[in-house]
Design a protein around this ligand. Structure first.
Ligand SMILES: *Cc1c(COP(=O)(O)O)cnc(C)c1O
Length: 445
Protein backbone atom coordinates (compact mmCIF):
# COMPACT_ATOMS: atom_id res chain seq x y z
CA UNK A 1 0.00 0.00 0.00
CA UNK A 2 2.79 2.39 0.96
CA UNK A 3 4.56 1.66 -2.30
CA UNK A 4 1.36 2.23 -4.27
CA UNK A 5 1.02 5.64 -2.63
CA UNK A 6 4.59 6.49 -3.49
CA UNK A 7 4.04 5.65 -7.13
CA UNK A 8 0.99 7.90 -7.15
CA UNK A 9 2.88 10.79 -5.54
CA UNK A 10 5.71 10.73 -8.06
CA UNK A 11 3.41 10.44 -11.02
CA UNK A 12 1.50 13.40 -9.65
CA UNK A 13 4.67 15.43 -9.14
CA UNK A 14 5.78 14.58 -12.66
CA UNK A 15 2.41 15.42 -14.17
CA UNK A 16 1.96 18.68 -12.25
CA UNK A 17 5.29 19.88 -13.60
CA UNK A 18 4.03 19.33 -17.14
CA UNK A 19 0.68 21.10 -17.51
CA UNK A 20 1.04 21.74 -21.25
CA UNK A 21 2.01 18.11 -21.93
CA UNK A 22 -1.07 16.99 -20.02
CA UNK A 23 -3.29 19.38 -21.94
CA UNK A 24 -1.92 18.36 -25.36
CA UNK A 25 -2.02 14.66 -24.53
CA UNK A 26 -5.65 14.94 -23.39
CA UNK A 27 -6.48 16.69 -26.67
CA UNK A 28 -4.61 13.99 -28.62
CA UNK A 29 -6.60 11.20 -27.00
CA UNK A 30 -9.72 12.41 -28.84
CA UNK A 31 -8.07 11.84 -32.22
CA UNK A 32 -5.18 9.43 -31.89
CA UNK A 33 -5.87 6.00 -30.45
CA UNK A 34 -4.73 6.24 -26.84
CA UNK A 35 -3.15 9.59 -27.72
CA UNK A 36 -0.25 7.80 -29.44
CA UNK A 37 0.84 6.12 -32.65
CA UNK A 38 2.66 3.23 -30.96
CA UNK A 39 1.36 1.69 -27.72
CA UNK A 40 4.50 1.88 -25.54
CA UNK A 41 4.46 5.67 -25.84
CA UNK A 42 1.27 5.80 -23.77
CA UNK A 43 3.18 4.99 -20.52
CA UNK A 44 0.59 2.32 -19.59
CA UNK A 45 3.28 0.26 -17.84
CA UNK A 46 4.59 3.13 -15.71
CA UNK A 47 1.58 5.41 -15.32
CA UNK A 48 1.31 9.18 -15.53
CA UNK A 49 1.19 11.50 -18.50
CA UNK A 50 3.49 10.47 -21.36
CA UNK A 51 6.17 12.80 -22.62
CA UNK A 52 5.01 15.20 -25.31
CA UNK A 53 8.12 16.27 -27.17
CA UNK A 54 8.86 19.66 -28.65
CA UNK A 55 12.38 19.02 -29.94
CA UNK A 56 15.55 17.03 -29.32
CA UNK A 57 19.29 17.48 -29.62
CA UNK A 58 22.22 15.24 -28.76
CA UNK A 59 21.30 13.16 -25.71
CA UNK A 60 18.43 15.43 -24.69
CA UNK A 61 14.69 15.46 -25.26
CA UNK A 62 12.78 18.69 -24.55
CA UNK A 63 9.07 18.48 -23.85
CA UNK A 64 6.40 21.07 -24.63
CA UNK A 65 6.70 22.34 -21.03
CA UNK A 66 10.36 23.20 -21.62
CA UNK A 67 11.63 20.37 -19.42
CA UNK A 68 14.85 18.61 -20.38
CA UNK A 69 15.41 14.84 -20.22
CA UNK A 70 18.55 12.77 -20.64
CA UNK A 71 17.32 10.24 -23.18
CA UNK A 72 18.08 6.51 -22.96
CA UNK A 73 15.43 5.53 -25.49
CA UNK A 74 17.04 7.30 -28.46
CA UNK A 75 14.06 6.50 -30.68
CA UNK A 76 14.25 2.87 -29.59
CA UNK A 77 17.87 2.59 -30.58
CA UNK A 78 17.65 4.18 -34.02
CA UNK A 79 19.72 7.20 -32.94
CA UNK A 80 23.13 5.74 -32.23
CA UNK A 81 24.67 9.20 -32.82
CA UNK A 82 22.06 10.96 -30.68
CA UNK A 83 19.37 13.40 -31.80
CA UNK A 84 19.78 15.91 -34.62
CA UNK A 85 23.40 15.07 -35.38
CA UNK A 86 24.63 18.02 -37.50
CA UNK A 87 25.72 15.85 -40.43
CA UNK A 88 22.43 13.99 -40.47
CA UNK A 89 20.53 17.28 -40.37
CA UNK A 90 22.64 18.62 -43.24
CA UNK A 91 22.06 15.47 -45.31
CA UNK A 92 18.30 15.63 -44.79
CA UNK A 93 17.98 19.31 -45.65
CA UNK A 94 20.23 18.99 -48.70
CA UNK A 95 18.23 16.01 -49.95
CA UNK A 96 14.84 17.56 -49.20
CA UNK A 97 15.64 20.30 -51.71
CA UNK A 98 16.41 17.64 -54.32
CA UNK A 99 13.16 15.78 -53.80
CA UNK A 100 11.84 13.58 -51.02
CA UNK A 101 10.75 10.57 -53.05
CA UNK A 102 11.30 9.59 -56.68
CA UNK A 103 9.27 6.42 -57.09
CA UNK A 104 12.23 5.24 -59.15
CA UNK A 105 15.75 4.01 -58.41
CA UNK A 106 18.45 6.48 -57.38
CA UNK A 107 22.20 5.94 -56.88
CA UNK A 108 21.67 6.55 -53.15
CA UNK A 109 20.00 3.16 -52.65
CA UNK A 110 22.77 1.38 -54.46
CA UNK A 111 25.46 3.15 -52.43
CA UNK A 112 23.80 2.33 -49.11
CA UNK A 113 23.15 -1.22 -50.26
CA UNK A 114 26.84 -1.60 -51.10
CA UNK A 115 27.79 -0.28 -47.65
CA UNK A 116 25.54 -2.82 -45.95
CA UNK A 117 26.83 -5.69 -48.07
CA UNK A 118 30.38 -4.67 -47.23
CA UNK A 119 29.62 -4.35 -43.52
CA UNK A 120 27.77 -7.65 -43.16
CA UNK A 121 29.40 -10.45 -45.19
CA UNK A 122 26.39 -12.81 -44.90
CA UNK A 123 24.36 -10.23 -46.87
CA UNK A 124 25.11 -10.57 -50.58
CA UNK A 125 21.96 -8.81 -51.76
CA UNK A 126 19.60 -6.48 -49.97
CA UNK A 127 16.08 -5.07 -50.33
CA UNK A 128 15.13 -1.81 -48.60
CA UNK A 129 11.69 -1.46 -47.01
CA UNK A 130 10.11 1.09 -44.68
CA UNK A 131 9.83 -0.61 -41.27
CA UNK A 132 11.30 -3.48 -39.29
CA UNK A 133 7.89 -5.12 -39.29
CA UNK A 134 7.85 -5.14 -43.07
CA UNK A 135 11.42 -6.43 -43.26
CA UNK A 136 10.83 -9.35 -40.86
CA UNK A 137 7.53 -10.24 -42.51
CA UNK A 138 9.13 -10.23 -45.96
CA UNK A 139 12.16 -12.26 -44.83
CA UNK A 140 9.89 -14.96 -43.42
CA UNK A 141 7.78 -15.05 -46.59
CA UNK A 142 10.98 -15.50 -48.57
CA UNK A 143 12.26 -18.22 -46.23
CA UNK A 144 8.97 -20.12 -46.57
CA UNK A 145 9.12 -19.87 -50.34
CA UNK A 146 12.75 -20.96 -50.45
CA UNK A 147 12.31 -23.91 -48.10
CA UNK A 148 8.89 -24.87 -49.43
CA UNK A 149 7.66 -25.23 -45.85
CA UNK A 150 5.16 -23.26 -43.76
CA UNK A 151 6.22 -23.34 -40.12
CA UNK A 152 8.56 -20.92 -38.40
CA UNK A 153 10.21 -21.10 -34.99
CA UNK A 154 10.52 -17.95 -32.92
CA UNK A 155 11.53 -17.51 -29.30
CA UNK A 156 9.29 -16.48 -26.42
CA UNK A 157 9.87 -12.82 -25.63
CA UNK A 158 11.46 -12.02 -28.99
CA UNK A 159 9.78 -9.36 -31.11
CA UNK A 160 9.83 -9.30 -34.87
CA UNK A 161 7.31 -6.59 -35.62
CA UNK A 162 3.54 -6.81 -35.61
CA UNK A 163 2.78 -8.93 -38.67
CA UNK A 164 0.11 -11.57 -37.99
CA UNK A 165 2.29 -14.62 -37.58
CA UNK A 166 4.59 -12.99 -35.03
CA UNK A 167 2.07 -11.79 -32.49
CA UNK A 168 2.44 -14.58 -29.96
CA UNK A 169 4.67 -14.43 -26.89
CA UNK A 170 6.12 -11.40 -28.63
CA UNK A 171 7.82 -9.61 -25.76
CA UNK A 172 7.80 -6.02 -24.61
CA UNK A 173 4.88 -4.33 -26.34
CA UNK A 174 2.37 -7.07 -25.69
CA UNK A 175 3.77 -8.02 -22.29
CA UNK A 176 3.40 -4.41 -21.17
CA UNK A 177 -0.29 -4.43 -22.04
CA UNK A 178 -0.86 -8.02 -20.87
CA UNK A 179 -1.88 -9.19 -24.35
CA UNK A 180 -1.20 -12.94 -24.65
CA UNK A 181 -2.73 -13.66 -28.03
CA UNK A 182 -3.80 -10.88 -30.36
CA UNK A 183 -7.43 -10.84 -31.53
CA UNK A 184 -7.69 -10.53 -35.30
CA UNK A 185 -4.89 -13.00 -35.92
CA UNK A 186 -6.53 -16.14 -37.33
CA UNK A 187 -5.64 -19.28 -35.40
CA UNK A 188 -4.51 -20.77 -38.72
CA UNK A 189 -1.79 -18.11 -38.99
CA UNK A 190 -0.74 -18.24 -35.34
CA UNK A 191 -0.44 -22.03 -35.47
CA UNK A 192 2.34 -21.77 -38.05
CA UNK A 193 4.56 -19.91 -35.57
CA UNK A 194 6.12 -22.21 -32.99
CA UNK A 195 7.34 -20.57 -29.77
CA UNK A 196 10.07 -22.00 -27.59
CA UNK A 197 12.23 -20.55 -24.80
CA UNK A 198 15.25 -18.40 -25.74
CA UNK A 199 18.61 -19.96 -24.85
CA UNK A 200 17.18 -23.50 -24.90
CA UNK A 201 18.35 -25.75 -27.74
CA UNK A 202 16.43 -28.77 -26.42
CA UNK A 203 13.16 -26.98 -27.08
CA UNK A 204 14.26 -26.32 -30.66
CA UNK A 205 15.26 -29.96 -31.19
CA UNK A 206 11.88 -31.10 -29.88
CA UNK A 207 10.03 -28.88 -32.35
CA UNK A 208 12.00 -30.27 -35.29
CA UNK A 209 11.24 -33.82 -34.09
CA UNK A 210 7.58 -33.03 -33.72
CA UNK A 211 7.27 -31.36 -37.14
CA UNK A 212 9.71 -33.11 -39.46
CA UNK A 213 10.28 -31.34 -42.80
CA UNK A 214 7.68 -28.72 -41.91
CA UNK A 215 9.83 -25.94 -40.43
CA UNK A 216 11.07 -23.35 -42.93
CA UNK A 217 13.14 -21.19 -40.62
CA UNK A 218 14.20 -20.12 -37.18
CA UNK A 219 14.03 -16.38 -36.59
CA UNK A 220 15.90 -14.99 -33.60
CA UNK A 221 17.10 -11.73 -32.10
CA UNK A 222 20.76 -12.75 -31.65
CA UNK A 223 20.77 -10.61 -28.52
CA UNK A 224 17.21 -10.48 -27.25
CA UNK A 225 16.26 -6.88 -26.50
CA UNK A 226 12.47 -6.96 -26.39
CA UNK A 227 12.06 -8.84 -23.09
CA UNK A 228 14.66 -6.58 -21.58
CA UNK A 229 18.20 -7.42 -22.65
CA UNK A 230 19.10 -11.11 -22.64
CA UNK A 231 22.38 -12.17 -24.22
CA UNK A 232 22.65 -15.54 -25.97
CA UNK A 233 24.10 -18.27 -23.76
CA UNK A 234 27.42 -19.69 -25.01
CA UNK A 235 26.67 -22.19 -27.77
CA UNK A 236 23.05 -21.13 -28.29
CA UNK A 237 23.46 -19.32 -31.63
CA UNK A 238 26.01 -21.91 -32.81
CA UNK A 239 23.47 -24.60 -31.97
CA UNK A 240 20.75 -22.85 -33.98
CA UNK A 241 23.12 -22.67 -36.95
CA UNK A 242 23.92 -26.38 -36.71
CA UNK A 243 20.32 -27.51 -36.26
CA UNK A 244 18.98 -25.41 -39.15
CA UNK A 245 21.73 -26.68 -41.45
CA UNK A 246 20.99 -30.28 -40.52
CA UNK A 247 17.22 -29.85 -40.90
CA UNK A 248 17.27 -27.93 -44.20
CA UNK A 249 15.76 -24.83 -42.56
CA UNK A 250 16.97 -21.24 -42.82
CA UNK A 251 18.41 -19.21 -39.96
CA UNK A 252 17.14 -15.63 -39.89
CA UNK A 253 18.84 -13.11 -37.62
CA UNK A 254 16.55 -10.23 -36.69
CA UNK A 255 19.21 -7.55 -36.26
CA UNK A 256 16.77 -4.63 -36.24
CA UNK A 257 18.24 -3.60 -32.87
CA UNK A 258 21.67 -5.28 -32.94
CA UNK A 259 22.61 -4.39 -36.54
CA UNK A 260 25.30 -1.66 -36.53
CA UNK A 261 24.95 -1.61 -32.73
CA UNK A 262 26.71 -4.70 -31.37
CA UNK A 263 29.43 -4.06 -33.96
CA UNK A 264 29.64 -2.54 -37.44
CA UNK A 265 28.86 -6.03 -38.75
CA UNK A 266 26.09 -6.59 -36.18
CA UNK A 267 25.71 -9.36 -33.63
CA UNK A 268 26.67 -11.92 -36.29
CA UNK A 269 30.15 -10.38 -36.36
CA UNK A 270 30.47 -10.52 -32.57
CA UNK A 271 29.22 -14.10 -32.23
CA UNK A 272 30.79 -15.25 -35.53
CA UNK A 273 27.65 -16.84 -36.96
CA UNK A 274 26.64 -16.68 -40.62
CA UNK A 275 22.82 -16.58 -40.89
CA UNK A 276 21.02 -17.19 -44.18
CA UNK A 277 18.94 -14.03 -43.95
CA UNK A 278 19.29 -10.87 -41.87
CA UNK A 279 16.66 -8.30 -40.98
CA UNK A 280 17.74 -4.73 -40.23
CA UNK A 281 16.02 -1.51 -39.25
CA UNK A 282 16.30 1.21 -36.62
CA UNK A 283 19.97 2.32 -36.91
CA UNK A 284 20.22 2.03 -40.71
CA UNK A 285 17.59 4.75 -41.01
CA UNK A 286 19.10 6.91 -38.27
CA UNK A 287 15.66 8.19 -37.28
CA UNK A 288 14.01 8.00 -40.70
CA UNK A 289 11.63 5.20 -41.66
CA UNK A 290 13.84 2.58 -43.29
CA UNK A 291 14.60 -1.09 -42.80
CA UNK A 292 16.02 -3.86 -44.95
CA UNK A 293 16.36 -7.58 -45.37
CA UNK A 294 19.12 -9.39 -47.15
CA UNK A 295 21.18 -12.52 -47.34
CA UNK A 296 22.56 -15.13 -49.64
CA UNK A 297 22.26 -14.31 -53.32
CA UNK A 298 20.54 -17.58 -54.23
CA UNK A 299 17.83 -16.85 -51.66
CA UNK A 300 17.41 -13.13 -52.40
CA UNK A 301 17.09 -13.88 -56.12
CA UNK A 302 13.69 -15.41 -55.35
CA UNK A 303 12.32 -11.93 -54.59
CA UNK A 304 10.41 -10.06 -57.34
CA UNK A 305 11.33 -8.92 -59.97
CA UNK A 306 14.00 -11.67 -60.18
CA UNK A 307 11.79 -14.30 -58.62
CA UNK A 308 8.16 -15.03 -57.75
CA UNK A 309 8.15 -13.89 -54.08
CA UNK A 310 6.27 -10.61 -54.28
CA UNK A 311 7.21 -7.65 -52.13
CA UNK A 312 7.06 -3.94 -53.02
CA UNK A 313 6.95 -0.47 -51.46
CA UNK A 314 5.94 3.02 -52.62
CA UNK A 315 8.52 4.73 -50.39
CA UNK A 316 11.07 1.88 -50.32
CA UNK A 317 14.64 3.10 -50.74
CA UNK A 318 13.42 6.59 -49.91
CA UNK A 319 16.12 9.13 -50.83
CA UNK A 320 15.83 11.12 -47.56
CA UNK A 321 16.32 7.96 -45.54
CA UNK A 322 19.13 6.70 -47.79
CA UNK A 323 20.98 10.00 -47.35
CA UNK A 324 20.77 9.64 -43.58
CA UNK A 325 22.16 6.11 -43.78
CA UNK A 326 24.97 7.31 -46.02
CA UNK A 327 25.80 10.18 -43.66
CA UNK A 328 25.72 8.00 -40.59
CA UNK A 329 27.38 4.69 -41.38
CA UNK A 330 30.85 6.17 -42.02
CA UNK A 331 30.74 7.69 -38.52
CA UNK A 332 30.33 4.22 -37.06
CA UNK A 333 33.49 3.08 -38.82
CA UNK A 334 35.65 5.50 -36.84
CA UNK A 335 38.40 3.70 -34.93
CA UNK A 336 37.26 2.72 -31.45
CA UNK A 337 33.63 3.77 -32.03
CA UNK A 338 32.13 0.58 -30.59
CA UNK A 339 34.79 0.13 -27.89
CA UNK A 340 33.93 3.60 -26.60
CA UNK A 341 30.17 3.02 -26.79
CA UNK A 342 30.47 -0.29 -24.94
CA UNK A 343 32.87 1.15 -22.37
CA UNK A 344 30.35 3.84 -21.45
CA UNK A 345 27.54 1.29 -21.24
CA UNK A 346 29.64 -0.93 -18.99
CA UNK A 347 30.32 2.09 -16.77
CA UNK A 348 26.55 2.63 -16.53
CA UNK A 349 25.88 -1.07 -15.84
CA UNK A 350 28.54 -1.21 -13.11
CA UNK A 351 27.22 2.01 -11.57
CA UNK A 352 23.66 0.66 -11.50
CA UNK A 353 24.84 -2.61 -9.93
CA UNK A 354 26.63 -0.67 -7.18
CA UNK A 355 23.57 1.48 -6.64
CA UNK A 356 21.43 -1.66 -6.22
CA UNK A 357 23.93 -3.11 -3.74
CA UNK A 358 24.23 0.11 -1.73
CA UNK A 359 20.48 0.61 -1.46
CA UNK A 360 19.67 -3.07 -0.89
CA UNK A 361 17.06 -3.06 -3.66
CA UNK A 362 16.78 -6.45 -5.34
CA UNK A 363 17.68 -6.25 -9.01
CA UNK A 364 19.75 -7.61 -11.86
CA UNK A 365 21.47 -5.59 -14.57
CA UNK A 366 21.77 -7.40 -17.92
CA UNK A 367 23.89 -5.86 -20.63
CA UNK A 368 25.31 -6.60 -24.06
CA UNK A 369 27.25 -4.05 -26.08
CA UNK A 370 25.45 -0.73 -25.72
CA UNK A 371 22.19 -2.35 -24.59
CA UNK A 372 21.19 -2.62 -20.96
CA UNK A 373 18.23 -3.50 -18.72
CA UNK A 374 17.77 -3.17 -14.99
CA UNK A 375 15.38 -5.97 -13.95
CA UNK A 376 13.71 -5.71 -10.56
CA UNK A 377 14.08 -9.42 -9.90
CA UNK A 378 16.08 -11.67 -7.62
CA UNK A 379 16.76 -14.32 -10.25
CA UNK A 380 19.18 -14.30 -13.18
CA UNK A 381 17.34 -13.44 -16.43
CA UNK A 382 18.07 -15.91 -19.23
CA UNK A 383 14.68 -16.13 -20.94
CA UNK A 384 11.16 -14.74 -21.01
CA UNK A 385 9.95 -16.83 -18.06
CA UNK A 386 12.75 -15.35 -15.94
CA UNK A 387 12.04 -11.83 -17.21
CA UNK A 388 8.36 -12.09 -16.35
CA UNK A 389 9.24 -12.68 -12.68
CA UNK A 390 10.32 -9.03 -12.46
CA UNK A 391 8.48 -6.61 -10.20
CA UNK A 392 6.99 -4.33 -12.85
CA UNK A 393 5.24 -2.10 -10.29
CA UNK A 394 8.63 -1.41 -8.75
CA UNK A 395 10.03 -0.67 -12.20
CA UNK A 396 7.20 1.84 -12.66
CA UNK A 397 8.13 3.63 -9.42
CA UNK A 398 11.79 3.65 -10.40
CA UNK A 399 10.90 5.04 -13.83
CA UNK A 400 8.90 7.91 -12.23
CA UNK A 401 11.69 8.70 -9.75
CA UNK A 402 14.21 8.83 -12.60
CA UNK A 403 11.93 10.98 -14.75
CA UNK A 404 11.58 13.43 -11.85
CA UNK A 405 15.38 13.63 -11.83
CA UNK A 406 15.44 14.37 -15.56
CA UNK A 407 16.38 10.90 -16.83
CA UNK A 408 14.12 9.27 -19.41
CA UNK A 409 14.31 5.47 -19.32
CA UNK A 410 12.30 3.20 -21.61
CA UNK A 411 8.79 3.25 -20.11
CA UNK A 412 8.59 -0.53 -19.63
CA UNK A 413 10.50 -3.17 -17.69
CA UNK A 414 10.78 -5.16 -20.90
CA UNK A 415 12.50 -2.59 -23.12
CA UNK A 416 16.24 -2.03 -23.44
CA UNK A 417 18.12 1.15 -22.52
CA UNK A 418 20.06 2.46 -25.48
CA UNK A 419 23.34 4.28 -24.99
CA UNK A 420 24.41 6.52 -27.89
CA UNK A 421 27.77 7.89 -28.97
CA UNK A 422 26.54 11.29 -27.77
CA UNK A 423 26.29 10.21 -24.11
CA UNK A 424 29.21 11.54 -22.09
CA UNK A 425 30.88 10.03 -19.04
CA UNK A 426 29.56 12.98 -17.04
CA UNK A 427 26.01 12.15 -18.15
CA UNK A 428 26.52 8.48 -17.32
CA UNK A 429 27.74 9.42 -13.83
CA UNK A 430 24.82 11.80 -13.40
CA UNK A 431 22.50 8.91 -14.35
CA UNK A 432 24.12 6.61 -11.79
CA UNK A 433 23.70 9.28 -9.10
CA UNK A 434 20.03 9.71 -10.08
CA UNK A 435 19.58 5.93 -9.93
CA UNK A 436 21.18 5.72 -6.47
CA UNK A 437 18.86 8.37 -5.14
CA UNK A 438 15.82 6.88 -6.93
CA UNK A 439 16.56 3.38 -5.61
CA UNK A 440 17.04 4.93 -2.16
CA UNK A 441 13.56 6.42 -2.42
CA UNK A 442 12.18 2.95 -3.36
CA UNK A 443 14.02 1.26 -0.50
CA UNK A 444 12.58 3.73 1.99
CA UNK A 445 8.96 2.82 1.45
C1 LIG B 1 11.66 -2.67 -33.47
C2 LIG B 1 11.84 -4.07 -33.89
C3 LIG B 1 11.16 -4.60 -35.00
C4 LIG B 1 10.08 -3.85 -35.72
O1 LIG B 1 10.54 -2.69 -36.33
P1 LIG B 1 9.49 -1.52 -36.66
O2 LIG B 1 10.29 -0.57 -37.48
O3 LIG B 1 9.05 -0.98 -35.34
O4 LIG B 1 8.36 -2.11 -37.41
C5 LIG B 1 11.47 -5.88 -35.42
N1 LIG B 1 12.39 -6.61 -34.78
C6 LIG B 1 13.06 -6.14 -33.71
C7 LIG B 1 14.10 -6.99 -33.06
C8 LIG B 1 12.78 -4.87 -33.21
O5 LIG B 1 13.39 -4.44 -32.12
Amino acid sequence: MASGTSKGVNQKVNDEARPRSTEIFERGKKTLVGGVDSPVRAFRAVGGTPLVIDHARGTKLYDVDGREYLDYVCSWGALILGHAHPEVVAAVSDQAAKGTSYGMTSPLEIELGEMIVKAVPSIEMVRFVSSGTEAAMSAVRLARAFAGRDMVIKFEGCYHGHSDGFLSEAGSGLATLGIAACPGVPEAFASLTLNTPFNDLDGVEKLFKKHPNKIAAIIVEPVAANMGVVAPAPGFLEGLREITKREGALLIFDEVITGFRMAYGGAQQVYKIVPDLTVMGKIIGGGLPVAAYGGKREIMERVAPLGPVYQAGTLAGNPLAMRVGLAMLPKLQATGFYEELNRKTLRLAEGLRSALRETGVEGVVNGAGSLLTIFFAGNPIRDYTDAKKSDTARFGRFFQEMLRRGVFLPPSQYEALFVSAAHTDAEIDQTIAAARSSLGALANN
